[in-house]
Design a protein around this ligand. Sequence first.
Ligand code: AMP
Ligand code: GLY
Length: 432
Amino acid sequence: MRVLLVGGGGREHAIAEAISRSKRDPQLYAAMSRKNPGIAGLCKDFILIKETDPAIVHFAVKNKIELAVTGPETPLAAGIPDMLWDAGIPVAGPRKLAAQIEFDKAWTRNFMKKYNISGLPGFRVFRKGQSGTDEYIDELGDVVIKPAGLTGGKGVKVMGDHFGIEGAKIYAREVLKKDDIVIEERLIGEEFTVQAFVDGSALAFAPAVQDHKRAFDGDKGPNTGGMGSYNDAKDILPFMKDSDYSGAKKIMSDAVLAIRKETGIPYQGILYGQFMATAKGISVIEFNARFGDPEAMNVIPLLDNDFLDVCMAVVTGTLGETKVAFKKQATVCKYAVPEGYPDEPVKDSVVEIGSTRNAHVFYSSVYEKDGKVFTTGSRAVAVLGTASTIHEAEKIAQDGLYALKGRLYSRRDIGTEGLIRKRIQHMEELRA
Ligand code: AMP
Ligand code: GLY
């Protein structure tokens, strides 16, 4: 089977490996912005191109692609899946109208309200140039300011973490000059992610994962794309209740049906729900129209099915008849990122990878030149530990990190017993 993968990061390296393991005699083609050595090594051919460039469709047609899989969000917002479908190529990745659930946060909050989808925090949308933000911030008291459009996870600012009430007012007015914004109630609790394959109506859910957005140990420092993530050897995380997971599944299923009603387009691809477990139950932080990075690296390797079988079920609307299962194992994924990341990262610096023992390596934002691997300034290389407990998986991942040489750093605490205990205690305090 001739398959096109769009994207060139760690998430896409995990997808490329899953495609390569398929029994459908896969021939992999990739469209990526730079030469990811992990993906390039698995490809029959690749094109170095912006992931939003419509010329990707010509590359797909020329290579007689039978199925396309999209990794990141940018090609979705650019309508690349729509163009591929129009060229007769099925895509596991939602069309533009359906993918709005990720790239327009104002649309999504209004959509959740219209279709009565639960987990909606108090919010108000302000259109570019509109006034009244100061008054609404005063009314809520504790807020989060979100630019409506895509910001690579770096535009959302949270009161208490990033600024006080006066700072929130200034930031809201500043962003409103360029973009619509959502001002919403700040939720207090622990975050978790649920990812699912979706065929337009049926969903197949992966185990819950927790990402770590902050750059430094102890959840300190600036927000990043995600420094690492873990899951347990069951569907829920140690701080979660079963009802948190079943509630998340219900919200995601409701959203998929409502998207079809609202847009007329079936949602086919991956849906990512990010939730906050709070004292009052779960709330939706956001939806993404793709796997998370790093969260994809936790769950894709655990998939028991042939990845291409599941993707074919997604594009043919037959996921409801397919039994999708994930291995009951814990994983810990840790990113090594360039020194100075995210604000002033070291670029074009050599990364050497020694023996990572039992840890698995995924290449992310690095490129290969003259047989060497270099940083780009974004998250460089991820290591994954897999075991029957989070604790064991963490040790394997950490061992793997020691084998990476270069001007890099990582978070020591992700997946450690100390940090997990802190998460459990936090939820116990809130629920008491
Ligand atoms: P987003 O880009 O929507 O994922 O937001 C980035 C980060 O901001 C999330 O991972 C949360 O840590 C935080 N965040 C977003 N919305 C809220 C909220 N309503 N309450 C508290 N934190 C939030
Ligand atoms: N790790 C968060 C995301 O992929 O959006």
